[in-house]
Design a protein around this ligand. Structure first.
Ligand SMILES: Nc1ncnc2c1ncn2[C@@H]1O[C@H](COP(=O)(O)OP(=O)(O)O)[C@@H](O)[C@H]1O
Ligand SMILES: [Mg+2]
Length: 425
């Protein structure tokens, strides 16, 4: 006990001794206003950006802009304008530090012949890294405070800087244990219905940086659980259409996604004064695989998104996996349309090793049929008589995508075209 008290006393003494020293060290590193003004006066942008990155509220944006004008420093004035126009500064990096970064991009960018990827860290309030892509001529700042994470990746907020100014985006920093995923992102990154990717950069052999759109709602799974969401029928149709379009593009390149759970679909909502626009996109290609190599492999990763035949994956041909993917996407359509989880979903049953695969298959098939057959039958009869309302036809499409019989599910392409026709009515 005495020893413990002594230890605490020593610790307190050492803290009280070290704190002032630490503070003064920090103070010494923050440049003075006089240093900054002198660099502006000399038009020494290289020194200036170093100072501004560490300025930490030494100077206000208004003062900086005024000095830029009075000393005729056009690049600095422009950098101030760029940062002022960027109103969504949610990175935790001060505006004046951002001016320093923009100056850095302009100065270094101009001297970069052919340019290669650069990456370095600073030691400001929030640590950040900077990357440059010679391919797209974009500069990126990654603010290293994590906003989400996955198995092999951490998601950060990031800034993209190019001739159009600054934009808030996201960066997934991944280890390189899944090299295929980066390739899929590069391939599908501009496809509607798939996560928008601006650049995939390998700053060094151990890391991949995927610069992508920041989806402000996070995953579809999380979004659908929000009580105040209340989607209109049209919004539901738009969301389903995008998922089908994304899957259509993936399947078109003979790729099987295999992990289409709602946590791997991302949602972004833009709100205007009198309207809102919803974007949904497929992400996470961690289990993506070419159809030519999928035979004998697991068909889906999350048991709640298994079609019955996915349990019997050992009997499936490569082609059959398009249908197991489609069913998993269909589970998302179901959740969007009805606003609740799929009642037949049962991951415990799917992964219950004490039961034979055949038995698990029969049980899941039975549960699926019990949950959907009656309603599908009613809609099917009306469909034959051409008496479905557009809403009912949309529901019929959703129930088709989770049809117990894989051959009746249709393809992502066919369902997308059908849905677009319904939306026109
Ligand atoms: N671009 C993004 N915008 C917003 N949230 C994202 C974005 N990318 C990933 N996320 C979030 O991070 C989580 C994990 O990402 P994911 O790519 O699925 O990683 P993992 O392969 O480890 O599952 C997602 O479920 C989602 O909530
Ligand atoms: Mg995931």
């Amino acid at each position: 006990m005495l020893l413990r008290k002594l230890y605490v006393l020593v610790l307190l003494c050492s803290l009280s001794l070290s704190t002032p020293a630490f503070c003064s060290l920090e103070k010494a590193r923050v440049p003075s206003r006089a240093n900054i003004v002198e660099a502006v006066r000399r038009h020494d942008n290289k020194t200036l950006y170093h100072l501004l990155i560490r300025a930490n509220h030494t100077i206000t944006m208004a003062d900086l802009h005024a000095y830029a004008l009075s000393y005729n420093d056009a690049p600095l004035a422009e950098a101030c304008d760029t940062v002022t126009a960027y109103t969504h500064n949610r990175l935790g990096i001060s505006h004046t530090a951002l001016v320093g970064l923009v100056l850095f991009f302009k100065t270094e960018g101009a001297s970069e012949a052919g340019g290669k990827t650069t990456s370095f860290s600073s030691s400001s309030d929030i640590p950040w890294d900077v990357d440059y892509s010679a391919k797209t001529r974009n500069w990126y700042v990654i603010a290293k405070d994590q906003i989400a994470n996955g198995h092999n990746k951490v998601l950060y907020r990031a800034l993209r800087y190019n001739t159009h100014g600054l934009h808030l985006i996201a960066c997934a920093v991944q280890d390189t244990s899944m090299p295929r995923e980066g390739k899929y992102f590069a391939r599908f990154g501009a496809t509607r219905g798939v996560m928008r990717v601006y650049d995939v950069i390998h700053p060094h052999s151990r890391e991949t940086h995927v610069f992508c759109k920041l989806y402000n709602q996070g995953s579809l799974g999380k979004t659908l659980k929000k009580a105040n969401l209340s989607l209109t029928l049209y919004e539901k149709e738009v969301m389903c259409e995008q998922i089908l379009e994304g899957l259509e593009a993936i399947h078109k390149t003979k790729t099987i996604h295999r992990d289409l759970k709602s946590l791997n679909l991302l949602v972004h909502i833009d709100v205007d004064a009198d309207s809102r626009r919803i974007t949904v996109a497929i992400t996470d290609f961690g289990h993506g695989i070419p159809a030519s190599r999928v035979r004998g492999e697991r068909a889906q990763w999350n048991g709640n998104f298994y079609s019955p035949e996915a349990i019997l994956f050992k009997d499936l041909s490569g082609e059959d996996y398009y249908k197991t993917d489609l069913f998993a996407a269909g589970c998302n359509l179901y959740q969007i349309f009805y606003g609740h989880d799929c009642p037949w979903a049962d991951r415990q049953l799917v992964h219950n090793d004490s039961m034979s695969a055949k038995k698990r298959y029969s049980k899941l098939l039975h549960n699926l049929e019990a949950a959907t057959n009656a309603r599908r039958g009613v809609l099917e009869a009306k469909y034959a008589l051409h008496t479905l309302t557009p809403r009912e036809e949309f529901e019929y499409l959703v129930l088709t995508s989770v049809h117990p019989d894989p051959n009746k599910r249709q393809t992502a392409h066919d369902l997308r075209v059908w849905l677009e026709e319904i939306m026109k009515r």
